[in-house]
Unconditional design. Structure first.
Length: 279
């Protein structure tokens, strides 16, 4: 039974709050212990198992969907990679963005790379002779097993780690870029996509909440919990066919809209299985 403690008007304020905190803590402790009493122990452990499995599957898929969409975007980006083999380029000035290209066994003679951005560029087994690089910004760019002869690098961020097994013959680096050269544009786009996908998944929960609230008493708690869980599992079967960004977002919204009915039913069942003074 709850104990009544008489707090007089002369009692200091801090002591009143202390007595209230002690009383609330004892009440919480007694209610938790009551959930594991012989009368409710079986119910408590069953609910713990259901809550754990539902949380593990729901939040696991919720976290997995943005990563899967990011993976699909990466695969799509890599599929658009252009490959150039054994090209010979002479006396050409590059002053535009070079992106998502692979150059193999190329030969560049007296070429100029001016005020440009290199993104996801790979040069392999290539020769750069009397080339001039000025004001270069690079992202995910690498030179592998290349040879540079009498080339000049001025105000670039092409540092040593971008040259893998390369030979630099009579080549000079002047006034390399300083400061933080990290480009967070990709991170921003990825973060935007993650939040946008989660927003759509959360928005899809709204109709599921409305439908489950209207049908909760008509269908019943257990039937709604079981039915929604089964339909959610069936919707996960179609994940193997989600090979596009829009398809994965649609499956996320479908899964979220269906599974929310299980959560609502489980919330009601959890409360109703215990007496009022233990809720």
């Amino acid at each position: 039974m709850d104990e009544l403690t008489d707090i007089g008007t002369d009692t200091p304020v801090w002591q009143r709050y202390r007595m209230k905190m002690i009383s609330i803590s004892q009440q919480i402790r007694n209610n938790i212990l009551a959930c594991f009493s012989p009368e409710y122990k079986r119910t408590t452990f069953m609910l713990m198992a259901v809550w754990f499995t539902m949380s593990f599957s729901y939040y696991g898929l919720t976290v997995w969907f943005p990563d899967m969409i990011k993976y699909i975007q990466k695969q799509e980006y890599e599929s658009r990679t252009k490959t150039f083999t054994k090209e010979r380029v002479e006396h050409v000035t590059f002053n535009f963005t070079l992106e998502n290209q692979v150059h193999l066994q190329g030969h560049y003679f007296n070429d100029k790379f001016l005020n440009l951005k290199m993104k996801s560029m790979v040069f392999e087994d290539s020769v750069f002779e009397e080339c001039y690089f000025e004001d270069i910004t690079s992202i995910h760019t690498i030179f592998r097993n290349c040879t540079f002869v009498a080339s000049l690098f001025y105000n670039t961020d092409l540092f040593k780690y971008r040259f893998v097994d390369c030979k630099l013959l009579n080549s000079t680096f002047l006034h390399n870029k300083e400061g933080c050269m990290l480009d967070f544009s990709d991170d921003f786009n990825n973060a935007y996509m993650i939040y946008f996908v989660n927003f759509l998944g959360t928005l899809a929960v709204l109709p599921g909440n409305i439908v489950s609230a209207l049908l909760m008493d008509k269908i019943g708690r257990l039937r709604m919990l079981a039915g929604s869980s089964v339909i959610s599992c069936v919707s996960c079967f179609f994940l193997m066919f989600g090979n596009s960004e829009s398809g994965m977002i649609a499956l996320l919204c479908l899964f979220g809209g269906i599974s929310i009915a299980s959560w609502n039913a489980l919330d009601v069942i959890t409360v109703e299985l215990y007496p009022s003074d233990k809720r």
